[in-house]
Design a protein. Structure first.
Lengths: 157, 743
């Protein structure tokens, strides 16, 4: 397997890594860089627990070869609120509105919803459902997640 | 709890809680088993059988062992005769003589990396000799059927007592209960109804893969980091299986990324123990969800044959049930004495049943072993029994709500098992539901779906609408637990528990109960979870038990602390200051013995496309008898989540096994509901009846998923005039029912 040196930005910090051609971004983040906020789920791109942002767009890091991150900006849950800093309104709303229970899908949900609110600051209910359908949650039935997004967007009824 | 109404804590409890672990969970800092860094840990991988039933002739690991970085390979030879399980320890750590289901583990590897371990596992050559498999209940129970567990009598049966008496060697578990004069009930009946229902296999669907780390310290202490939701129980099971004292095992279970009943059974820990012993290094595993779907413990599928005798007004006189469930290759996933899943025998939950005979049998087959899933046994029994009640109503020309009101169990009456029920709201739940659904008004015609995501636009003329009620009840959990309450140097009160949090909000409940009982601001009380070496015995999160049992222990601990504080000073702040200096620590203990129930009912509407059978639940109302609410946000979340969980099980989830092979072995084939799949839900809580939990709380986590099945079944029946007798109720089955109606 060929090895490649990649340079990318992880949550605002310049990083370099040497990866095999088939190394997945999920494994680079979790196993090699110790950034375990991004969770492993189904590993086939369905559940959304491993969602990260590549140049602002949500992707499943379990399907994304790490070499593709070369020259790009990678943003994970650790980069949503700066370490030790204030929670974003969305994160706060996830706590207040019951947007999580077990929490395993929560990093992916918050990463996806952060991108949603950046793209559509006042999303309609349909826009929320369409955007978030790639992030499964077994605990909440999605009610609390939708309330959290609407609360953060200021569109809650 | 007679003091409830005047308790000063009550006004405090309705304030929405902030989860103690909230900040960690929304920032990605909550640490799950898969995130725990262990220096020098090896990775484990397993070799699974490609046959559902075969003799293991030989295991050849030479090629794997030659790979650089492969540290050990073990097979059944190394682990025999050890077996594991929650009650009956019938599941070999690694198959030692034969495999009984496809995917059953035959060998395990420890290697430097996860990828290498997986590659080495693929390099292990196993020779098998195929044996005739049994896949169906009929085949397994045939007189000449191959006996799957000829050595059963030698298996360890935990928890005392005798294993259930079986009449066929392939029976796994048997529970029979009978009360009242059943024959007289049938003799006196105006009508007798007999129906057979089928229920498919479904998976817990947690998104966190099972993760385990095992290492053995120089002093011989075995450390286990796990996703198991009952660490003390796992410690006991490991102790029994491995023959080592409980005191030499330390189990650490932190945040669990979804359990839904499944993570009471551990399958990796015993094998990792052998690998750790052999390599003298920590060994970890992270089971892929694909493997989890194939080799763990999904819900029991089966057949439920019900006979119900009623009088001329539709009142139940007697009931007979034969429930036959596919337990798969091993009974290890079932913790209960009779080796049946939970309440599979509690047909007609929430109904008055003067006389009944119920027989529940679980059966060994060469399918994936079955186990516990949220409200074990109840989705099956509720789907069958509450569909039958609906059918009886329609056959007899009685309103479906009215027949339930006539039969709803009242305080002091007996249920199907002969138990008397008290302190529950059954009629009130149904009456409230009727008001909320506007049951006395005909259902308005409406188009299928409110948004483009709800499916292709369907012309109004081809849409059939219907509404249905699903009614069910569940016990409030019982049992014993212990914890500790401490005043620490920072002046805060700590509740110290050995119970992990699997998402239900366990630690926040403890925090709020102690704060409420002591009259302290919630910020002054914290929850701390510890390993089995650091905490008192706790039976784990499950069985609808945590709030009524551990909440009782929290009250007890708070009261003991208050008594100690009063000795120090009459001023609470001064007493806490003095207690902090002394590290004052008291136990909290509770034994919840009261047998109590909660009742709930759904009303749902469905819209069905007459031409294709495609249908959607368009609206739902849930009325639940819940007692006092302690964590309002988590409480609502449990009910909302249970609705979506129940909906998935009812309309889409089917863990299909064909010739022993799991066909829907990950989330691409096994569909979980997504955000657009879940319709609006209104929840109405009845809180005036007090439960046996702290401040009058009842349990809620497993109350509300089972009744979704019959509610949808009955609504579809209302819409199309035909019943779908098997769950899940897919569009294909609705189409077939509609075709039958046309033909």
């Amino acid at each position: 397997m060929s090895r490649h040196e990649i340079r990318f930005e992880l949550n605002g910090e310049a990083r370099t890594a040497e990866v095999e051609a088939d190394r997945l971004l999920l494994d680079l983040l979790r196993a090699d860089l110790g950034a375990t906020g991004t969770k492993e789920g189904c590993r086939i791109g369905i559940c959304g627990t491993c969602t990260v942002l590549i140049d602002g767009r949500p992707i499943s890091s379990c399907l994304y070869p790490a070499v593709y991150a070369d020259g790009r900006k990678v943003r994970t849950i650790e980069g949503i609120a700066p370490d030790g800093g204030k929670l974003t309104p969305l994160q706060q709303a996830f706590i207040e509105q019951g947007g999580f229970q077990c929490g395993i899908c929560t990093p992916g949900q918050i990463v996806s919803a952060t991108a949603l609110l950046e793209a559509h600051p006042k999303p309609t209910e349909d826009e929320i459902r369409r955007w978030m359908m790639g992030n499964l949650c077994r605990c909440t039935g999605y009610f609390g997640i939708r309330r959290a997004i609407e609360t953060a967007a200021g569109t809650a009824r | 709890m007679s003091a409830v109404e005047t308790h000063p804590a009550i006004p405090y409890l309705p304030t929405p809680e902030e989860r103690v672990e909230g900040r960690e969970k929304v920032t990605g800092h909550a640490r799950y088993a898969m995130d725990v860094p262990i220096a020098g840990a090896l990775w484990a991988a397993f070799v699974g059988s490609p046959y559902p039933h075969a003799r293991v002739v030989s295991v050849d690991a030479k090629r794997a062992l030659r790979m650089k970085g492969v540290r050990a390979v073990i097979s059944g030879k190394d682990t025999a005769p050890v077996r594991f399980g929650r009650r009956l320890q019938d599941w070999p750590i690694l198959a030692h003589d034969r495999v009984r289901f496809m995917g059953e583990r035959v060998a395990a590897v420890a290697a430097d990396t996860r990828e290498l371990a997986e590659e080495a596992a693929r390099a292990i050559e196993v020779e098998y000799e195929e044996l005739p498999p049994v896949f169906t209940l009929e085949a397994a129970l045939a007189p000449e059927a191959p006996v799957l567990h000829p050595e059963r009598a030698s298996y360890l049966y935990l928890g005392g007592g005798e294993p259930p008496k079986t009449t066929h060697p392939n029976q796994q578990g048997v529970v029979i209960h009978e009360h009242g004069d059943v024959a007289a009930g049938f003799a006196a009946a105006a009508r007798v109804f007999e129906h057979t229902f089928e229920y498919a296999r479904n998976h817990q669907g947690y998104l966190e893969p099972r993760g385990t780390i095992v290492w053995i310290e120089k002093d011989g202490v075995v450390h286990v980091v796990t996703t198991n939701k009952a660490p003390f129980t796992l410690r006991m099971q490991l102790s029994k299986a491995l023959g080592i004292p409980e005191e030499t095992i330390v189990v650490d279970a932190g945040y669990i990324g979804g359990d839904f009943g499944g993570k009471g059974l551990s399958i990796d820990e015993p094998a990792l123990y052998f690998l750790a012993k052999k390599t003298r290094r920590p060994v970890r595993s992270l089971l892929s969800l694909s493997d989890d779907f194939q080799v763990t413990n999904p819900r029991h599928p089966g057949t439920l044959r019900l006979r119900t005798a009623v009088d001329a007004e539709g009142r139940i006189l007697a009931h007979e049930a034969h429930v036959l469930l596919d337990g798969g290759a091993y009974a290890a996933g079932k913790p209960q004495a009779g080796l049946i899943p939970g309440d599979a025998g509690l047909l007609l939950a929430g109904y008055r049943v003067p006389a009944a005979r119920v027989e529940v049998v679980t059966v060994y087959t060469n399918n994936e072993p079955a186990g516990h899933v949220r409200s074990p046994g109840q989705p099956q029994s509720a789907f069958a029994a509450d569909s039958q009640i609906d059918e009886i109503a329609r056959e007899m020309g009685i309103d479906p709500l009215e027949i339930r009101l006539r039969n709803a169990i009242q305080p002091g009456e007996t249920d199907i098992t002969g138990h008397e029920w008290h302190d529950h709201l059954a009629r009130e739940v149904l009456e409230t539901l009727a008001r909320e659904m506007k049951w006395d008004r005909p259902l308005e015609q409406r188009s299928l779906g409110a948004s483009a995501l709800d499916g292709p636009a369907v012309p109004r003329s081809s849409t059939l609408v219907g509404r249905g009620i699903g009614y069910c009840a569940r016990h409030v959990g019982r049992g014993k637990t212990e914890l500790e309450v401490e005043v620490a140097e920072d002046g805060c009160v700590y509740v110290i528990t050995g119970a992990p949090d699997q998402g239900g909000g366990a630690h926040t409940m403890l925090q709020r109960v102690v704060a409420a009982e002591l009259g302290l601001p919630v910020e002054r009380v914290r929850a701390r979870r510890g390993t089995t070496a650091e905490t008192r015995h706790d039976p784990g999160v499950g069985g609808s038990r945590f709030t009524p049992v551990a909440g009782g222990a929290a009250i007890d601990g708070a009261r003991r602390l208050r008594a100690e504080l009063e000795k120090l000073s009459s001023d609470l702040d001064e007493a806490l200051r003095l207690a902090a200096e002394r590290h004052l620590r008291v136990p909290g203990m509770f034994d919840q013995t009261q047998s109590r129930y909660s009742v709930c009912a759904y009303g749902v509407t469905v819209a069905v496309d007459r031409d294709t059978g495609q249908f959607r639940v368009t609206d739902a109302v849930l009325v639940a008898d819940v007692g006092t609410v302690i964590n309002p946000v988590a409480h609502r979340g449990q009910l909302e989540g249970a609705f979506a969980f129940g909906l998935g099980q009812t309309v889409m989830e089917d863990l299909v096994i064909e010739d022993g092979r799991v066909v829907t072995a990950n989330l691409d084939g096994y569909k979980l509901p997504t955000m657009p799949d879940v319709p609006p839900l209104r929840i109405v809580l009845l809180t005036e009846d007090y439960g046996p939990g702290p401040f009058g709380a009842k349990s809620v986590g497993e109350l509300a998923n089972a009744a979704v099945g019959p509610a949808v079944a009955n609504a579809v029946r209302d819409a199309i005039g035909r019943r779908v007798w098997s769950c899940p109720i897919t569009s294909e089955k609705v189409f077939e029912a509609l075709s039958g109606a046309r033909g």
